[in-house]
Design a protein around this ligand. Structure first.
Ligand SMILES: C[S@@+](CC[C@H](N)C(=O)[O-])C[C@H]1O[C@@H](n2cnc3c(N)ncnc32)[C@H](O)[C@@H]1O
Length: 237
């Protein structure tokens, strides 16, 4: 399954940044995540970026003075990140490594202050503890983390019942995951509840903050909504 995920995101890496540039919803959600992050990261923190993609956040964090080590499964994504590091002159602030977050025991660095995973990379794994089991070894004792994960309940999708669309309304609740199709490659995604995440993290971690992202506003794939219903979109935010 990792091979399919890798190939899907390799293909997507070509258009990833352009897609976000044209998607009002995605841009807004990233702004919300960054505000959250800036409330929790501290000056001088060394950050591990899991599933860093093309490094949109890594560049932002580095430009704000943080040291980032970015990992991703897809070399296509990391090639884009490398090009940005070179053109922004950020070699001393960002390092990167081609690695699955299920293999954090092979990381070339450790002793991080903060672990960050954005925009559902962790929804590509069925069992979150395959990732979290490594956290104690790579985080400093007072280390913190922010994980942005898509949950099993989406009010937006459940509201599709009103349109008679029952399959999409409950698609996230399938026990064995939900089929995703990225650039023609199919693989299984898994929607994780906060309870799942806390179980995977275990007792060594304390919950500091839970924040909903697009809890009642449209998800990024409903990208026409803001243009067609600007006032309603504003209210739903
Ligand atoms: C939706 S993209 C998000 C990228 C980035 N976090 C962002 O916010 O722009 C999901 C990313 O997760 C990565 N990914 C999926 N499974 C992974 C794994 N097992 N290990 C590391 N990265 C993975 C993909 O290659 C892709 O870059």
């Amino acid at each position: 399954m990792l091979e399919e995920v890798k190939e899907a995101f390799n293909r997507q890496s070509e258009m990833f940044d352009q897609y976000e540039e044209q998607n009002e919803i995605l841009k807004r959600l990233r702004t919300v995540v960054r505000k959250h992050l800036l409330r929790h990261i501290k000056n001088g923190d060394r950050i591990l970026g899991l599933n860093a993609g093309t490094g949109i956040d890594a560049i932002y964090l580095a430009e704000n003075g943080f040291q980032v080590h970015a990992i991703d499964l897809s070399e296509g994504m990391l090639n884009k990140l490398e090009a940005k590091i070179n053109s922004y002159g950020l070699k001393d602030k960002i390092s990167f490594e081609l690695l699955s977050f299920t293999e954090l025991d092979k990381l070339c660095k450790n002793n991080f202050d903060y672990i960050f995973s954005n925009f559902g990379g962790l929804n590509c794994v069925e069992n979150l503890s395959e990732v979290t089991k490594h956290f104690n070894k790579i985080l400093k004792p007072e280390g913190r983390l922010t994980l942005v994960i898509m949950p099993p309940l989406s009010l937006w999708e459940i509201a599709l019942i009103l349109k008679g669309k029952f399959n999409p309304a409950f698609r996230r609740l399938h026990k064995n995951g939900t089929e995703a199709n990225i650039e023609g490659i199919k693989f299984t995604t898994h929607y994780h509840s906060l309870k799942n995440l806390r179980q995977a993290l275990g007792y060594g971690f304390q919950l500091i903050e839970v924040q909903g992202l697009a809890s009642v506003s449209p998800p990024p794939y409903a990208d026409k909504f803001p243009k067609h219903h600007p006032r309603l979109y504003k209210h739903l935010q």
